[in-house]
Design a protein around this ligand. Structure first.
Ligand SMILES: [Zn+2]
Length: 130
């Protein structure tokens, strides 16, 4: 998981496939379609979580006592999967689907279409029997 630490406002922003910005708006970024490579702008230090350790820390959250640690690291200034660009070159990615990922929405629609098809087939069977 990649995040941005804004050096102006101190906000931590999680990167997603659509643009997320820090509280003050100085930095922001997004993941490219592959979900691995990311692009960001502004005065930010990119941060990475060790995904497997993060997931374990969430899943195995202790009831009491010490918290469960996980690995986090600053991503190098020059990193092929985390590209820093100038804000004027940055093209923001907006979510026009109100929180739904387009691919998932399409899958849901196909599922719904299959369901309707099987229902209408069922209706036809009953109609034939009448
Ligand atoms: Zn900021």
């Amino acid at each position: 998981m990649k995040l941005l630490h804004c050096t102006i406002c101190g906000d931590i922003v999680k990167l997603e496939k659509t643009t997320n910005k820090c509280r003050c708006g100085s930095c922001g970024g997004h993941y490219r379609e592959d979900g691995v490579n990311a692009i960001y702008y502004g005065p930010a230090v990119p941060i990475g979580f060790v995904n497997s350790e993060f997931v374990t820390a969430i899943e195995d959250q202790p009831e009491y006592g010490n918290g469960l640690g996980f690995g986090a690291f600053s991503i190098p200034k020059v990193c092929p999967t985390m590209v820093h660009i100038d804000i004027v070159d940055y093209i923001a990615v907006y979510d026009y689907t109100d929180g739904f990922v387009v691919d998932e929405m399409y899958d849901d629609m196909m599922e719904e279409a299959e369901l309707q098809k099987s229902k209408s087939k069922l209706k036809n069977v009953f109609r034939d029997e009448e």
